[in-house]
Design a protein. Structure first.
Length: 318
């Protein structure tokens, strides 16, 4: 059964009626094809109207949709011969960060991603996509490995942020994130990052200090979650919708601010309604921005990447 968000209730009601009529037909009842067709058209029109005017808070809810494709879904769909790599060679493996080697469109690549998991068991296994220091050290290790062997880096970011537990801080969370960002900026190979769901704070940019940053249409990318911002500014998490407006965290806002390079359109109703089409579109867009980068040498890539992020600061937008 499809999961509907709060603002999708009118759509859910229409689709529920369509399903009831279909069951009537399947049970040998009267032919209701015409009525089903009318309801389907009405539901699609309502879906189109609803998603054409989503608020930043509603986009946040879509970005968190439980049925939305996760990082490993993109890896399985787009990367052939994927070989996972584990561990940070210092403390442990962190399942919140997935990493490995494979082939994308015939080219050997290094792959990174923050994986939230899909059901309760996998979410717990991946710590809901919130990485600890060892996850960022693993990412740094793989980025340095990619630089050593001339492998382009692809990352798929979907995290509410780094794990905030005291044990993570005790093991050097801030330093690990900073080193991961540094590794991304210094990598002498093409680097393309895609924000596929939530891009939360330093936990996201640790895997997104890239030459090209792509963002899905209904993804969000921000220094803090709306709930966290509301709790700090208003002492009231219920003010999250107001905070989401102020944070300018949507793909449209960030493209205007030149903090992301391109927005990938999602299927009508969000990526979760047609995951296969979404993943194919991401693959095409990643290749379109990666291909020109393959012709550049390491020094040029590093210089351009450095200038890209410095320019964000000069523009006064971060």
């Amino acid at each position: 059964m499809r999961h509907f968000l709060e603002f999708e209730k009118p759509i859910a009601e229409l689709e529920g009626k369509i399903e009831e009529l279909r069951r009537t037909t399947d049970a040998g009842g009267i032919d209701v094809a015409e009525e089903v067709g009318k309801l389907r058209d009405k539901a699609e029109t309502l879906l189109r109207q609803t998603y054409a005017k989503l608020s930043p808070w509603q986009k946040t809810l879509v970005a968190r949709h439980p049925e939305r494709p996760k990082a490993m879904d993109y890896v399985r769909a787009l990367v052939a011969e994927f070989m996972p790599l584990a561990g940070d060679r210092a403390f442990a493996d962190d399942a919140a960060v997935v990493a490995g080697l494979g082939r994308f469109r015939g080219h050997a690549v290094a792959v990174l991603g923050t994986e939230k998991g899909r059901d309760t068991e996998s979410r717990v296994q991946h710590n809901f996509g919130m990485a600890r220091p060892e996850g960022y050290r693993k990412a740094r290790r793989v980025m340095e490995l990619a630089g050593r062997f001339g492998l382009p880096i692809l990352s798929f970011v979907d995290t509410a942020g780094a794990f905030p537990g005291i044990e993570a801080e005790a093991r050097g969370q801030a330093e690990a994130i900073a080193r991961s960002i540094e590794a991304g900026l210094e990598a002498p190979v093409p680097f393309v990052a895609t924000i596929i769901g939530e891009g939360g704070s330093g936990g996201a940019i640790a895997l997104a200090a890239a030459d090209r940053i792509l963002m899905l249409e209904h993804a969000v990318y921000s220094v803090i979650s709306p709930e966290g911002c509301a709790s700090i500014l208003w002492r009231d998490a219920a003010q999250a919708p107001t905070a989401a407006e102020a944070l300018r965290m949507t793909a449209e806002d960030l493209r205007k601010l030149a903090l992301v390079d391109a927005v990938v359109p999602e299927p009508l109703g969000g990526a979760h309604r047609d995951p296969a089409a979404m993943m194919a579109a991401v693959g095409d867009k990643v290749w379109s921005v990666l291909e020109p980068l393959l012709a550049l040498d390491g020094a040029t890539l590093r210089a351009r990447r450095r200038e890209k992020f410095l320019e964000m600061g000069r523009a006064g937008v971060v």
